[in-house]
Design a protein around this ligand. Structure first.
Ligand SMILES: Cc1cc2nc3c(=O)[nH]c(=O)nc-3n(C[C@H](O)[C@H](O)[C@H](O)COP(=O)(O)OP(=O)(O)OC[C@H]3O[C@@H](n4cnc5c(N)ncnc54)[C@H](O)[C@@H]3O)c2cc1C
Length: 459
């Protein structure tokens, strides 16, 4: 028999490593609860993952097996289990985060191990090492074959074990989505019925995100980041919808599949650049003059609290605080504001997101922070999102802002959009409890432009 070592793949169906482990032998699945590793995630994501482990255990029990849950150093735990069950090999799905890779190497050195690509539709190793931009990556990636989902192992492949242990679930201060494969499936099925057909039209529509938060966009990210649903399954269903659609609906559905290619590119980046979370991807001839010191610290704190005096930035940061999730549009705006208008190092913002997001994913978080900070794969040299025009374009009725920033609920939408342009006196008349901007709109923009051009050697 074989052991199957679960990681960020908290599901039974469409699990390539598990499928392989059970193909011609019995399998015992195991989840190793490693407190050092879990300490690097935020409490909310840890709670979501641990609830997912409980659901996974239930899923195995319904099939007549069980999930072994063990605490301790991963390699020691696996070695003990190999001895206890006289297992032939340890199977697992490859992960690309530096810490997990390290553990994978240690497992490989000590035990007979078999690993497989499961996290992505296309194996990052099968593509070129570096692409100039996302379009080049996409052209190559979309030509590659994407395999079908794999069925769950037969019940008789699951070794009859019984294990009373479950992992502890920490208390959390946010409402989390229901965890597990079944919840992921129900969530995605509803989006496939009612959301995907208009996805391209609604993906940037912030009022729609307030009215229909799980249909305007899919909000599948917590499930994908924890592997509670398999990517081949998600791709197959989106592709079936695409094939069934015509005209405008077809374009809408296709955009959903396209967005998944960003996820794939971020894994590809992390695979080839294991220091993506700490080093600029792009090299600059001169150092970027990030701000630090007391004034920068105070600005960073105001940003985390959602008190920058930029309504869309503050709404995004308060959504993060409340839900452990931020819609992609404000996610870009808050990250740009921190790295450009406030000139604070992207690593600081990304680390804060790591602790707050329920959908935190090392590849997508650090890849996107670098993209927004202009240190990553963006083909534009210096991209700066203007928070005022972003609000005018995507939330002109201020529905999203008002949902998260109660101090502005009684202010007319035009005044919300223009908040940073008003005089102090006017702002105090409109909403005395909401802050003034912590940096001038033009001052922040021009300072960022200058600092990045200096770093690029253009000034
Ligand atoms: C600064 C910053 C940090 C981010 N950090 C994360 C993160 O930690 N985890 C994470 O999953 N996404 C991250 N993203 C990407 C994106 O914001 C989220 O994937 C998306 O908002 C999730 O919502 P959704 O599931 O409704 O997305 P949908 O619009 O429904 O898209 C469907 C799926 O496509 C993938 N996807 C879409 N856009 C992107 C993208 N730009 N990059 C990678 N995958 C994408 C996601 O898996 C997403 O669930 C980040 C973006 C920014 C700008």
């Amino acid at each position: 028999m074989n052991l199957f070592w679960h990681g960020r793949d908290l599901r039974v169906p469409d699990n390539r490593g598990l499928h392989l482990a059970a193909r011609d032998d019995g399998v015992v699945p195991v989840y190793v609860y490693d407190t050092d590793r879990l300490a690097s995630f935020g409490t909310r994501q840890r709670a979501f993952l641990m609830r997912g482990v409980r659901r996974l255990k239930e899923a195995y029990r319904e099939r007549g097996g069980d999930l072994l849950v063990r605490a301790g150093d991963t390699v020691d735990v696996l070695a003990d289990l190999v001895a206890e069950f006289d297992a032939s090999a340890v199977y697992y799905n490859e992960d690309y985060t530096p810490a997990r890779r390290n553990r994978q190497h240690r497992v490989e050195r000590r035990l007979d191990a078999e690993s497989v690509t499961d996290l992505t539709l296309v194996d990052p190793a099968s593509l070129d090492e570096r692409y100039e931009n996302h379009s080049r990556f996409y052209d190559d990636w979309q030509r590659q074959r994407k395999g079908p989902p794999l069925p769950a192992p037969d019940a008789d492949a699951l070794v009859d074990v019984d294990d009373g242990k479950t992992p502890p679930v920490p208390d959390v201060d946010a409402e989390l989505p229901e965890a597990g494969y079944r919840a992921a499936r129900e969530h995605y099925d509803r989006f496939l019925d009612e959301g995907i057909w208009s996805y391209n039209d609604t993906r940037d529509d912030l009022p729609a995100a307030v009215d229909r938060p799980t249909l305007a966009v899919s909000r599948l990210s917590p499930y994908l980041a924890s592997g509670m649903v398999g990517i081949r399954e998600v791709w197959r269903d989106a592709t079936e919808a695409y094939e069934a659609a015509t005209g405008r609906e077809r374009k809408n559905v296709d955009k959903y599949r396209y967005e998944l290619s960003w996820r794939e590119q971020n894994y590809h980046l992390l695979y080839h650049n294991p220091r993506l979370h700490v080093e600029n991807y792009t090299s600059f001839p001169n150092e970027i003059a990030w701000r630090d010191g007391d004034a920068a610290d105070a600005d960073f704190e105001a940003w985390t609290r959602g008190e920058t005096g930029y309504p869309l930035v503050d709404a995004g940061m308060r959504q993060l605080d409340r839900e452990g999730y931020v819609h992609n549009r404000p996610r870009q705006v808050v990250a740009s504001f921190l790295t450009k208008h406030l000139l604070i190092d992207w690593r600081r913002g990304a680390r804060y997101f790591t602790k707050q997001l329920v959908d935190h994913d090392t590849a997508s978080n650090y890849g996107n922070w670098q993209w927004v900070a202009s240190t990553g794969t963006d083909s534009v040299d210096v991209r700066i999102f203007d928070p005022v025009s972003q609000t005018a374009k995507y939330d002109d009725g201020a529905a999203f802002v008002k949902q998260y920033v109660p101090e502005l609920r009684d202010v007319a939408a035009d005044d919300v959009v223009d908040w940073p342009n008003h005089s102090d006196h006017r702002r105090e008349e409109l909403a005395p409890d909401y802050p003034h901007p912590i940096v001038g709109r033009n001052e922040g923009y021009e300072r960022a432009q200058r600092v990045f051009e200096e770093a690029l050697g253009k000034r």
